[in-house]
Design a protein around this ligand. Structure first.
Ligand SMILES: Cc1cc2nc3c(=O)[nH]c(=O)nc-3n(C[C@H](O)[C@H](O)[C@H](O)COP(=O)(O)O)c2cc1C
Length: 199
């Protein structure tokens, strides 16, 4: 039997009716069904202020940034579901990545992203499904030495894309998602097997 992994899910939109939250729920459900432990970080319940260097110099990292850093660090892999805004990364996601990338003077913890296995998915009411934004997310995470897997899935025409059970109506897109998750698990498992437990 394959080792169960601990997977963290992040959505680049905290909007109540977010298509990306819906997509993330679908992904996390599929992973949980396979026996993995899954956790979604809730940016609505745990908001982060806009990054400001003066605030950081004055009071250090906000508690929610510290919390998110710890969750990224503890995860065997991270799934990010994010919309694109003007063909780029959503401000919520960029801000969260920026805060987590900062060295924490209090805990002495650096960025948790180095070597972290990450899979990217997106959804949008538009036909391209937020595809262009994922390339920007990929670029940002590469700069932090994350291992973003090549496979990714974008769900276009999102208002019509989900069935009543929250699954994807389009079989081809569903197949892309399967391939994305399968590679994500393969890489995360291999990395976990190769990395000695730190605690
Ligand atoms: C400032 C802004 C820029 C946007 N730019 C794009 C875009 O470039 N491509 C696209 O497909 N949708 C774009 N949208 C529409 C979003 O994809 C749409 O609002 C989507 O529902 C947001 O994701 P969510 O449903 O997860 O909240 C934009 C929305 C906003 C507010």
């Amino acid at each position: 039997m394959n080792t169960p992994l601990h997977i963290l899910g992040l959505s680049g939109s905290a909007r109540t009716e977010s298509h990306n939250l819906r997509l993330l729920r679908l992904v996390m459900g599929r992973l949980a069904d396979q026996g993995h432990t899954v956790e979604q970080f809730d940016f609505r319940a745990n908001p982060l202020p806009m990054y400001d260097g003066d605030d950081e110099a004055g009071t250090g990292l906000p508690e929610n940034a510290r919390l998110l850093k710890a969750k990224v660090k503890a995860a065997d892999g991270v799934i990010i579901a994010s919309p694109e805004y003007n063909a780029a990364i959503s401000p919520l996601l960029k801000n969260a990545i920026d805060w987590t990338s900062r060295f924490d003077e209090q805990t002495k913890e650096g960025s948790p992203w180095g070597g972290k296995v990450v899979a990217l998915v997106s959804a949008s009411p538009g036909p391209m499904g937020g595809l262009r934004g994922l390339y920007v997310v990929r670029q940002v995470l590469h700069n932090l030495d994350a291992m973003v897997i090549p496979e990714q899935t974008s769900v276009g025409l999102a208002f019509e894309a989900f069935d009543e059970q929250g699954g994807l109506k389009d079989e081809r897109t569903s197949g892309f998602l399967d391939a994305t998750l399968s590679r994500f698990l393969e890489v995360a498992r291999a990395l976990r097997a190769a990395t000695p437990a730190s605690v």
